[in-house]
Design a binder for this molecule. Structure first.
Ligand code: F6P
Length: 195
């Protein structure tokens, strides 16, 4: 069985400020995670010559991958974070204050709610289809470095979790979710590399 390792990028400047979306660099804590991740991947996939590292096109995932050496890296636009449209760059507090109707509609139906000029979780799930097809096709391990909403959807696919749960699945920062696909089904391990 070959593992798929799922992880969010290291903490970003926007994470520190509580801003959603954006394309900021990673913080000092994020850089430390990137090093720990590279160390983990180096050991875990030592003899896996065909393994590859998949990131989004946003710099926080590319920077998180950068200390990993010895494996090819592939950027997928389909792995970019949910597009928050007009709310991109705002904090949840700002959305609640300045666009209360949007805030309430998202709270009521987070799965179907689409940000104005942006995406819904259902949109994200749909655009992930080619990534999932390619992940299924791979015979070698893959490390996926992506974002909260995207990883909720990917994880739900492999862990066979119902659609309605997807927007609420816990995918914390600085934690690797290892998924093993064997003949007897899917096994999962979580490695928290930092507090
Ligand atoms: O806050 C980090 C982040 O990745 C944002 O960029 C994104 O909008 C959000 O998480 C997705 O999580 P939720 O759907 O819970 O708002």
């Amino acid at each position: 069985p070959r593992p798929i390792l799922l992880t969010r990028h290291g903490e970003s400047q926007d994470n520190v400020r509580g801003r959603i979306g954006g394309d900021t660099a990673i913080s000092e804590a994020g850089q430390l995670y990137a090093k720990k991740l590279a160390n983990f991947v180096g050991k875990r996939l030592k003899s896996e010559r065909a393994a590859s590292i998949w990131t989004s096109t946003l710099q926080r995932t590319i920077l998180t991958a950068s200390p990993i050496v010895g494996f090819p890296k592939i950027q997928w636009r389909a792995l970019d974070e949910i597009n928050a449209g007009v709310c991109d760059g705002m904090t949840y507090e700002e959305i609640k204050k300045n666009m209360p109707e949007e805030y309430e509609s998202r709270k009521k139906d987070k799965l179907r709610y689409r940000y104005p000029r942006g995406e819904s979780y259902l949109d994200v799930i749909q655009r992930l289809e080619p990534v999932i097809i390619e992940l299924e096709r791979q015979r070698a391990p893959v490390v996926v470095i992506s974002h909260q909403a995207v990883l909720r959807a990917l994880y739900a696919y492999f862990a066979d979790r119902p659609l309605k749960e997807i927007p609420h699945i816990e995918v914390p920062l600085h934690t690797i979710i290892e998924i093993q696909m064997g003949v007897t089904g899917v096994q999962e391990k979580r490695y928290k590399l930092m507090d």
